[in-house]
Design a protein around this ligand. Sequence first.
Ligand SMILES: [Fe+2]
Ligand SMILES: [Fe+2]
Length: 203
Amino acid sequence: MKNTLLLTFLVLLTLTGCNKVAPVKTTENLKAGIKGETTASAKYAAFAQKAREEGYDTIAKFFDAASKAESIHAANHAKVLEGLGEKMDEFKPEFEVKTTAVNLQAAIDGETYEINTMYPQFLADAKNEKVDKAVKSFTWAFDTEKKHQQFYANCLEALKLNSERNLPFEYAVCPVCGNTYDKANMDAKCAFCQTDSSKFIII
Ligand SMILES: [Fe+2]
Ligand SMILES: [Fe+2]
């Protein structure tokens, strides 16, 4: 009897120990990330159009570049979600288009939320749940958003000083990770994922 109990205990221990914990949080985070990145991509494309209408062509260029980068982040997150055997729910991106000055501040606020709150939490959960592909995809987005925040801050500063003509007029976006460069200052290989700069999307 004693031996049977011990054996049952050992079998149960082995079974539970071998089962990997389901990545419940990471699945939800990937969905939220896809929604956030898809919405950001659509929003920045609309902000680019507004900036062009207002005569801010260089600022429009950066909105276009960031829009492309966010679409790459969304696609990367979606691939990871698919790999977990999950599907994205239907949703409609919602945002407001105002003046370019207000749109730039909204963009800075969005990037700041992703940098300070969203991606640090997503990364902690993905590491806990040991979803390496999610860690990689979230890291690429997190590192890119830090650069976007700085570019947007530069755009807003230039707009206030009426010096937007001095902003970069071409950007390069890594097609693999979304890393975004001023084309005049890009690396030979992407600093985040090592993709060769000959593959970069020029905007
Ligand atoms: Fe961004
Ligand atoms: Fe890259």
